[in-house]
Design a protein around this ligand. Structure first.
Ligand code: ADP
Ligand code: ASP
Ligand code: MG
Length: 420
């Protein structure tokens, strides 16, 4: 008997028929003798629908009172799907109970819309499991120290599931979704993408942080910190497939340093359309400039990603960086109003139509020439590179958004990732 946490994403929970299928699958696992905790997402489209209603009444604001209500609102999506799943399980003859985040409780900080989990009390869930119930815990939400409902950021049910698995010391956390595992790149963009049977935790962390939305980055961080065995697999196989076959399907996230993965130098290509580029032109090239520009941005709680500073000419230089597209307008305003006048820069310009494409692989540590191969493939496609950023196991480039798919396909091919 094992303790298993299963997470089902929005598409997997997308209709009553699909919820019934999830219930049948979970019941199969429970009948095989496992203790089951299930973490569902809201039915697909529901979170967007709810947040859209709020926007109709008031355009997005960045204040805590508004964000609190967004969480109050968006969290109802998971509450509904969780209750529906418990009802479906009961109709399959399984004892089942669902809990909202605050009932467990899953305690978070008070950063509404992007709260972080601080602790999970497992007493209530354990008691139900001991009494033979399947326990459903809402994904995406928690409760702050003042009793307010919080949410964990888009895609946050992955993180709920892994955190619950860590807190319960579960034997495995299975993330069921609408693809049958982690691929070399998003299979919706490159149909030739290949499923990886294993991916190292470090690579998964890079891929998630560089834009692969198959797992929320914090879920991978949690899995790494607490060594939660984690697998991504499909909820669209027939529910009654052999349980041993199902348990081995999909993609396993591995932690063992020396366990040999599929030994490609580059394991995957990630891309991110959510960034925007800002350039401050003609700034005096003297000590403290980076700090004056980026310090002001950081003080406004805006995260900066790729940064470049050009060579100086006549004592002046250009400084460019990227931020999340949601922070673009705010950053431009801040620079124009406060920073540029103080610096004596000539101009600030912005471009929201960029994207970041990255190659990821732990094999890059021990191989030279990988980045230059990337640059060559892009140049063969006539794609201009605007910025470059590297780490031990990834190289990212910022390019014009309109070349994104072309770039991803070309790199996928160049690094021999296409399916045979
Ligand atoms: P869920 O609702 O189950 O959480 P998501 O839409 O959040 O599902 O994540 C699954 C989607 O992630 C897939 O449909 C796929 O388009 C996308 N995706 C992006 N990159 C990858 C990748 N490298 N491997 C697999 N899927 C990916
Ligand atoms: N329902 C939430 C969202 O759409 C959380 C999730 O699906 O993981 O972002
Ligand atoms: Mg998701």
């Amino acid at each position: 008997m094992a303790l298993i946490v299963q997470k089902y994403g929005g598409t997997s929970m997308g209709s009553t028929e699909r919820i019934r299928n999830v219930a049948k699958r979970v019941a199969k696992w429970a009948r095989a003798g496992h203790q089951m905790v299930v973490v569902p997402s809201a039915m697909s489209g529901e979170t967007n629908r709810l947040l859209g209603l709020a926007k109709e009444l008031a355009p997005a604001k960045t204040n805590s009172a508004y964000d609190r209500e967004l969480d109050m609102l968006a969290s109802t999506g998971e509450q509904a799907s969780s209750a529906l799943l418990a009802i479906a399980l009961q109709s399959e003859g399984m004892q089942s109970v669902s809990y909202a985040g605050w009932q467990v409780p899953i305690k978070t900080n008070s950063a509404f819309t992007k709260a972080r989990i601080e602790s999970i009390d497992d007493v209530r869930v354990r008691k139900d499991l001991a009494d033979g119930r399947v326990v459903i815990v809402t994904g995406f939400q928690g409760v702050d120290p003042d009793g307010n409902i919080t949410t964990l950021g888009r895609g946050g049910s992955d993180t709920s599931a892994v955190a619950v698995a860590a807190a319960m010391k579960a034997d495995e956390c299975l993330i069921y979704t609408d693809v049958d595992g982690v691929y070399t790149t998003d299979p919706r963009v490159v149909p030739e993408a290949r499923r990886l049977t294993t991916v190292s935790f470090e690579e998964m962390l890079e891929m998630a942080s560089l834009g692969s939305k198959v797992l929320q980055i914090r879920s991978v961080e949690f899995a790494g910190k607490y060594k939660v065995p984690m697998r991504v697999l499909s909820s669209f196989t027939p529910w009654d497939i052999d349980i041993n076959e199902e348990a081995k399907s999909g993609t396993l996230i591995t932690f063992e340093e020396d366990e040999k993965m599929e030994q490609a130098v580059v394991s995957g290509i990630a891309f991110n359309r959510d960034e925007a580029k800002i350039s401050v032109l003609g700034v005096p090239d003297k000590p403290g400039i980076a700090y004056q520009i980026l310090g002001a941005v950081a003080d406004a709680n805006i995260e900066v990603d790729v940064i470049i500073q050009n060579l100086s000419k006549d004592g002046k230089t250009d400084f460019s960086f990227t931020v999340h597209r949601n922070d673009f307008a705010r950053t431009m305003d801040l620079l124009k109003e406060k920073v540029v006048p103080a610096l004596g820069a000539t101009e600030v310009s912005g471009d929201a139509k960029i994207c970041k494409v990255s190659i990821v692989g732990i094999g890059m540590r021990s191989h030279v020439g990988i980045a230059s191969k990337m640059f060559r493939s892009l140049s063969e496609e006539g794609i201009n590179i605007q910025m470059i950023s590297t780490s031990e196991i990834k190289t990212s480039v910022v390019i014009d958004e309109k070349y994104m798919e072309l770039a991803v396909r070309a790199l996928h091919k160049a690094f021999d990732l296409d399916q045979a």
